[in-house]
Design a protein around this ligand. Structure first.
Ligand SMILES: Nc1ncnc2c1ncn2[C@@H]1O[C@H](COP(=O)(O)OP(=O)(O)OP(=O)(O)O)[C@@H](O)[C@H]1O
Ligand SMILES: [Mg+2]
Length: 285
């Protein structure tokens, strides 16, 4: 096919030999199949900030460290250098996360480097050698859904054990290859330790998986892995082999809504009684 602009420098520098075809164009990137020395790879070309919806970025970037102090200062500013540094950080964050997670035993596409802002990685394929489908495109038995759901919970735990939360985990960002789920799309990966929204984002990731697999196995909808995982994480007892149950003892004393409503009602009745007393005293006097 005609070489897209974003891949031109890689062809010129001989980093890749050929662009085989376009795979998907999403909100944030265009993804291509390319070849390099007889090997087929996946190339992710990021869109510019303007086409990406930058507003969401702050929530993810909290706690992320810039590489140098000049860059750290620039990231806090709106100027051109600041924007350039943010752009680079965004692209580097995904490849950093892929290397970290690959090392931590999380199933992600094997990273093959970044060149001119283009991420090269393994092309994830199904049993027939065709590009792997996204999770929502796959039909499965309840039994299979439970097995893969459990697998995804351990993947999320392994990520958190190296300090990362995916932050955009959904049935669009999980591919199903010949041996099961593979996690993709990580430019927004969140540093759990430095981010005030960490639990909220972890819970969103966990609960997205619950909803997707729960469509095939409704019993999963009663599980509470997010709270359980976070409790272990905060207690410092989370390990890649932590045994999870999906149950969580919510603190009933903290949110006894009924008791609170009872008290409000009691206060209202008391106030009414007092008012009645005053009214009666007035009419008598
Ligand atoms: N390594 C890969 N192997 C096979 N397919 C891939 C790979 N990476 C991405 N894809 C395909 O391209 C799609 C888009 O990739 P990705 O989610 O990383 O980009 P995106 O632009 O952030 O997408 P979106 O904004 O739609 O979430 C994926 O859903 C998947 O179908
Ligand atoms: Mg995606």
């Amino acid at each position: 096919m005609k070489v897209p602009k974003g891949l031109q420098p890689l062809i010129e520098q001989g980093v890749i030999d050929e662009v085989v075809c376009a795979l998907k164009s999403g909100k944030e990137a265009s993804v291509y199949i390319v070849s390099r020395g007889g090997q087929t790879l996946c190339a992710k070309v990021y869109k510019d900030a303007e086409h990406r919806g930058f507003h969401k970025l702050a929530e993810y970037q909290e706690g992320r460290k810039a590489r140098g102090s000049r860059d750290a200062r620039a990231m806090g500013k709106r100027g051109r250098h600041g924007r350039k540094v943010q752009e680079a950080e965004w692209k580097n964050a995904e490849v950093d996360a892929l290397y970290n997670l690959d090392r931590a035993g999380v199933r992600v596409p094997r990273p093959e480097g970044v060149h001119d802002g283009v991420l090269l990685m393994e092309l994830v394929r199904d049993a027939e050698g065709v590009t792997a489908p996204q999770l929502h495109e796959v039909d499965m038995t309840a039994e299979q859904a439970r097995i893969w759901h459990t697998f995804m919970m351990t993947q999320i735990v392994r990520m958190l054990c190296v300090g990362l939360i995916h932050g955009d985990l959904s049935e669009y960002n999980v591919l199903i290859d010949a041996s099961g789920p593979v996690i993709i799309d990580l430019p927004q990966a969140v540093n759990a330790a430095g981010n005030n929204n960490a639990f909220r984002m972890l819970a969103r990731d966990v609960n997205n998986m619950r909803a997707s697999f729960g469509r095939h196995a409704p019993d999963l909808l009663d599980t509470h892995y997010a709270h359980e995982i976070w409790a272990h994480y905060e207690a410092g007892t989370l390990t890649p082999d932590s045994r999870l149950t999906g149950t969580f003892e919510f603190d009933e004393t903290e949110a006894d809504v009924e008791a609170v409503l009872d008290e409000i009602e009691e206060a209202r009745l008391e106030a009414e009684a007092r008012q009645r007393g005053r009214d009666e005293a007035e009419s008598e006097g």
